[in-house]
Design a protein around this ligand. Structure first.
Ligand SMILES: NC(=O)c1ccc[n+]([C@@H]2O[C@H](COP(=O)([O-])OP(=O)(O)OC[C@H]3O[C@@H](n4cnc5c(N)ncnc54)[C@H](O)[C@@H]3O)[C@@H](O)[C@H]2O)c1
Length: 269
């Protein structure tokens, strides 16, 4: 990757996941700046990652070639107004990670700058992220490559031609880790109810989740076929899956992802 200076505006959970993953992948901390309103957060991140930190977003706008906007969607308009004032003649590349904030929104607040809208997820911290990207007006091939390199340093990248597709990406992979964590929580609690120690239940559940994901990723077979291989007719897995199916798990998952997609659309308004 070229030696551009990369600044994160908002140093919360997602920004920290991206930065942790980027540094683990070999990007020098000296090339990374982070700003936040929380001094404590900045102190912790500077100590942990040796990145530059500042409580002034304007400093990020002044110093950085690439600005990764990582504040909550509801704060984005106000934060962008403060950044725009510092650009002068410069047109830094803007990479937004905010759910539901459109390229048009961002360009109306920031002016005529190249904007790439993305949707990463928190497994970026362990270089196992998945990021959807969409290039807005004014984005060059070089900008695309730069955004790809940043996001590919923390996992898989997928470019989309339609911006609306990012709302579906948000519902599937942006929010997705939380769905799997919820299932892990529920399985650990159920294991404890069945008499396992909390430590053992946790270890068994996490190893099983990791193993199932590894198997599904490396196998040429579809998840449905892999599920069938676990399920002996009339056996224990069939007994459990029958409970899930009768309770309408598939419809529940469909409804949940639709609610996430709809919320992403609402945030854009
Ligand atoms: N957490 C995820 O899994 C995830 C995944 C994909 C995208 N996102 C997007 O990332 C963005 C951040 O989400 P998060 O989960 O990291 O939230 P977060 O609350 O952990 O982080 C937001 C950070 O912004 C800081 N902040 C608040 N006001 C600020 C200001 N005026 N200037 C600078 N910093 C300010 C907060 O102190 C906080 O540290 C959101 O737009 C969200 O849609 C999050």
């Amino acid at each position: 990757m070229a030696q551009q200076v990369i600044g994160f505006v908002g140093a919360g959970n997602m920004a920290a996941s991206l930065v942790g993953g980027m540094i683990a992948k070999g990007i020098r901390p000296a090339r990374i700046w982070m700003s936040d309103v929380s001094e404590q957060r900045l102190t912790d991140l500077a100590r942990q990652h040796r990145v530059h930190v500042t409580a002034r977003n304007e400093e990020i706008a002044e110093r950085c070639d690439v600005l990764v906007l990582a504040v909550k969607p509801q704060l984005m308009a106000e934060v962008c107004a403060g950044l725009k004032a510092q650009f002068g003649d410069r047109t830094p590349l803007i990479i937004s990670i905010a759910a539901g904030v459109t390229v048009d929104n961002l360009r109306s607040w920031l002016g005529d700058v190249p904007v790439i809208r993305t949707m990463p997820n928190t497994p970026a911290l362990v270089q196992a992220g998945a990021t959807g990207l969409y290039a807005g007006a004014g984005v060059t091939e070089e900008h695309r490559q730069l955004a790809s390199q940043i996001m590919a340093s923390v996992g898989l990248t997928f470019w989309f031609e339609q911006e609306s597709e990012l709302d579906a990406v948000t519902a599937v992979s942006g929010s997705g880790p939380a769905y799997f964590f919820l299932l892990m929580e529920a399985m650990i609690e159920a294991g404890e109810q069945l008499g396992l120690s909390s430590h053992t239940a946790r270890q068994l559940v996490l190893q099983t989740a990791w193993g199932a994901a590894q198997l599904a990723i490396t196998s040429e077979q579809a998840p449905a076929a892999l599920r069938e291989q676990v399920t002996s007719p009339g056996g224990t897995t069939a007994a459990a899956l029958d409970v899930f199916e009768k309770a309408g798990l598939r419809k529940l998952v469909d409804d949940a992802l639709t609610a996430a997609r709809d919320r992403a659309r609402e945030l854009a308004k």
